[in-house]
Design a protein around this ligand. Sequence first.
Ligand code: FAD
Length: 302
Amino acid sequence: MLNKIISNILPYMPKKLVWVFSKRYIAGETLEDGLLASKLLNAKNIEVTIDILGEFISTLEEAEQNRNEYMEVIERFTADKIRGNFSVKPTMFGLLIDKEACYNYMRDIVKMAASKNSFVRIDMEDSQCVDMEIDIFRRLRTEFPANVGLVVQAYLRRTKSDLEALNDLNTAAHPISFRLCKGIYIEPESVAYKGYQEIRDHYLDDLRYMFENKMYAGIATHDKYLVEEAQKMIREMNIPKNMYEFQMLYGVTPELRQSIVDEGHLMRVYVPYGQKWFNYSTRRLKENPKMAQHIIKALFVR
Ligand code: FAD
């Protein structure tokens, strides 16, 4: 209840106050911040995926600028030998303004990543974007089979059939690469499962489908139950290490993260940076069960 009230007032809170809670989820505002956080994670035997913040833009000029920023970070990753890849949100390249322009900007990025033997993951946004994002992924994957992957959301009712439909792209030489997450956007019940355990059950069902069909799985979750069930599945199905990785968000559940690394699994952390941190971090704050406590403390305890 308290979390719900705070969720509603978050957008109206002073940016400075929101930053106090947000900074744990964001590497910083600049490229150098993103590189430094990535290097520190690499030093802990953790790979990264970089996300430049910004989404749902309103002009294509912004899309071009975003494309250029990604080109720069790809260059710097190679020059600095950082172990990691790149995550992109199609709406930051104008998906909802001009789909073809968005495709072309994203193609530039994937082409650049391919030239460096790297990889780009297409984040999945809200349900209005799913068909278009799958379509862009299909086109890019056909041209760059080793260099592009997609996110799928276990809470969507359609996800299992999307996986089945995309299976036609899967090959032994280039297993299709998915990140599986629960899904973060607020969706109507007609579109998304709502029950906590129901979403977990679908998550595990989707993961099993990926393993059975020899797809590469990025297991993106901080839910200890899902981590343990996934590890059990990996053992029971004898899944080789080159067919999966675990993924977590910057600043979330570092102890659980470390325990997975210590057990010898590949871990990748999603490292967001940039000036447009407000939308990303308020979504994260709403997920943090301790958020209400922290915010009330900060408001009253000086
Ligand atoms: P939850 O049940 O939400 O969390 C499990 C536990 O983790 C909580 O009980 C709590 O202890 C801890 N926890 C979770 N979140 C926080 C937090 N913010 N602060 C502190 N503790 C926390 N969603 C999309 O819709 N599209 C994407 O492209 C996408 N990409 C993602 C990439 C990665 C690498 C990850 C890890 C998540 C991504 N997500 C994406 C978000 C995802 O869909 C979930 O909303 C998010 O991961 C929370 O779900 P959970 O599985 O961690 O389980």
